[in-house]
Design a protein around this ligand. Structure first.
Ligand code: PLP
Length: 635
């Protein structure tokens, strides 16, 4: 556990149990020991069709833990409730979940259900996101906010007005000044009075990687001048009472509460000015930015860590709004935040299997006799290299030995290219270099573990922006890892690898795979519940992983968990359909060729049927490697 810093990034949701496996603590700090869920058991239950209740799903697998999600939401809400009480704040906190962080239907439905007691709402940034938010919020609290952000056209704005007509508590946030004219148009056509917000471009700047949206040159929001123009136009149209919300977002993963307070304080000043100018302001929406600690370092100087707790964040926000509004005698607004990363990251774990590992040394097929005969036959420059090598060895100059060995190899490669050296001799030159490196102790100690996963599909932020996530074997943690390795994925792309890990490491401590290659060694990528699924692509046509929803259950029920939902990853046919292929027509074409070319012999009929079945199975199965070894996992 120390080796992988589980106590740092994992607390209070993940721990290592007495079996040496990672266990999920579904209720966070309130979890009792017997309520912990062993992740390896989850993999076994969902992947092994033979054990009772086994679902036969293939890895990679996303295991979602709704109890963890609920705990995150409850913790955020209670942190703000506590801060409101402590600071004598005279309004309340009412959050929204930005669905872009994870649009999965069951995640969004859970969020609406878990948050209905405290009016938790949703934020949308596009038309399909607005449609899903409207539909999901229909089952939630009537007071929950539906915040419409993002670039908007007439259709988007009309849809958000329809949402108001449907008695959803919808606020259209102007991100661009031009949106106002479209909105006034839509309001006149549909006869629905909007509730409006403006997104302000703050001067406060978040200088980390995730802060590029902040500052005066940020992509979104209105400048001070534009906000004033919007106010005047609304006044002219007798719609200034519609303006009720001020929004800003200075970027994700805000590193310190000092920066949070700075941004919120500036926004609160704008809020008070809008009140002074006559708008009917009610809500200050502080956007996202509540960060999480991916490496457990609690550092304020890193893109992947934060130096505050939920409680400290909530206190900084409430205090900053109160200070400004109190000073100006302005009624305290409802505080809304759009925390995505902090809500959904923990509840979802990506589980995948190592299928093989490059051995540190290739299995040599060159015998000592063959090596000797190769050396005996050396001539010219190669012989001179070898003589130099032997002399350096006698003098104990090991670095020079390696240098001459490499030179000898280069000469052999040259001869091979010219056609004057056979392939066995070239292999002997490689073997000589490898033997020497091993004897001197300078051979590369880093192994490559090949995993049944696509980095592009499942960890796109690692590939795209170099974001690090904790990656840990989910079992054998009571065994000292004997290898250091990097991870290489299934795609035919050299960027499909992970060679940077939390703690600044360029390799990961790993356990040796079972004899005969891989299978059965499972790893988890943690804290990836936000953004990764939404951003993932289809490189090499690997679709998304299988997904299971794992609910904590009374300990009397077997392993203390129940799989309440299971959906296999996209099949080969389904991913092909995304690229406009028609799998049924493809199958028919191939079947015709089968009929044409496979019609000889007595048992041609049976053979043909077998091949056709094989073809059909390929269309129906997932594109990842099938992993029968999983069935042999032991707890
Ligand atoms: N709100 C807006 C407008 C955003 O652009 C984002 C993400 O970038 C969020 C909320 C979510 O931010 P976070 O994931 O930091 O909570």
């Amino acid at each position: 556990s120390l080796l992988y810093r589980v106590d740092g990034w994992g607390a209070p949701y993940f721990t290592v149990n007495s079996n040496g496996n990672i266990a999920v603590r579904p209720y966070g700090p309130n979890t009792l020991a017997h309520q912990e869920i062993d992740l390896l058991q989850v993999v076994k239950r969902t992947s092994d069709p033979k054990i009772s209740g086994g679902l036969g799903l293939q890895l990679p697998l996303i295991a979602r833990f709704p109890d963890v999600l609920k705990n995150r939401m409850d913790s955020l809400q209670s942190s703000f409730d506590y801060a409101v009480r402590c600071h004598g704040y005279e309004s309340h906190y009412q959050g929204v979940f930005p669905v872009k962080c994870n649009q999965d239907r069951f995640v969004v439905e859970d969020i609406v259900k878990f948050g209905s007691g405290y009016r938790f709402g949703l934020e949308a940034g596009s038309k399909p996101e607005l449609l899903l938010a409207m539909s999901c919020l229909s089952g939630g609290s009537p007071d929950a906010l539906l915040v419409c952000n993002g670039f908007k056209d007439m259709e988007y704005i009309s849809l958000s007005l329809i949402a108001r007509k449907l008695h959803l508590n919808t606020v259209i946030v102007l991100e661009q000044e031009e949106e106002l004219d479209t909105l006034i148009d839509a309001h006149r056509k549909l006869g629905v009075r909007p509730v409006l917000g403006v997104r302000a471009k703050l001067r406060t700047k978040h200088s980390g990687h995730f802060g590029s949206t902040s500052g005066e040159k940020g992509k979104f929001g209105l400048t001070t001048t534009q906000i004033l123009r919007v106010v005047r136009k609304l006044q002219q149209c007798e719609m200034l009472d519609c303006l009720q919300l001020l929004h800003f977002h200075i970027g994700s993963q805000i590193p310190s509460t000092a920066l949070v307070a700075d941004g919120v304080g500036e926004a609160a000043q704008i809020y008070c000015e809008l009140v002074r100018l006559g708008a009917c302001m009610r809500v200050i929406d502080i956007g996202g930015g509540l960060g999480i600690d991916y490496d457990g370092s609690k550092s304020q100087n890193s893109d992947i860590s934060v130096g505050y707790s939920l409680q400290e964040y909530a206190s900084a926000v409430v205090e900053a709004v109160k200070l400004v509004c109190g000073g100006k005698g302005v009624k305290h607004p409802i505080i809304c935040s759009e925390s995505g990363r902090a809500i959904v990251s923990h509840h979802s774990i990506l589980l995948f299997e190592a299928v093989s590992a490059s051995s540190l040394h290739s299995r040599q097929i060159i015998s000592p006799g063959e090596l000797q005969s190769f050396l005996d036959d050396l001539t010219g420059e190669s012989l001179a290299d070898y003589d130099n090598l032997s002399a350096a060895a006698l003098r104990g100059e090991y670095d020079n030995c390696l240098l001459y060995a490499e030179q000898l190899k280069l000469h052999c490669v040259q001869q091979f290219k010219e056609g004057s050296l056979g392939i066995e001799r070239l292999a002997a030159a490689d073997a000589l270099c490898e033997l020497l490196s091993k004897a001197i102790g300078v051979s590369d100690p880093i192994a490559t573990y090949h995993v049944n996963l696509s980095v592009f599909t499942s960890i796109p932020d690692f590939w795209g922006i170099g974001q690090l996530f904790p990656i840990v074997p989910i079992h054998r943690l009571d065994e000292k890892p004997s290898v250091r390795g990097i991870i290489s994925d299934l795609t035919c792309d050299s960027d499909g690898k992970i060679d940077k890990f939390i703690g600044g490491e360029s390799s990961l401590p790993l356990h040796e795979l079972a004899e005969g290659g891989g299978g059965g060694y499972c790893l988890g990528m943690f804290l990836g519940g936000a953004y990764e699924e939404a951003l993932g692509g289809m490189h090499n046509l690997f679709g998304g992983p299988s997904v299971v929803r794992v609910a904590a259950a009374a300990a009397t029920q077997g392993d203390g968990f129940a799989v309440t939902l299971a959906s296999p990853g996209m099949s080969c046919g389904e991913v092909l359909r995304v690229m406009q292929y028609e799998p049924a027509a493809m199958f028919r074409t191939l079947k015709r060729r089968l009929d044409e070319y496979c019609d000889d012999g007595d048992d041609a009929g049976a053979a043909k049927a077998g091949l056709a079945n094989g073809l059909a199975r390929c269309f129906n199965n997932v594109p990842y490697l099938s992993s029968p070894e999983l069935c042999s996992l032991t707890a």
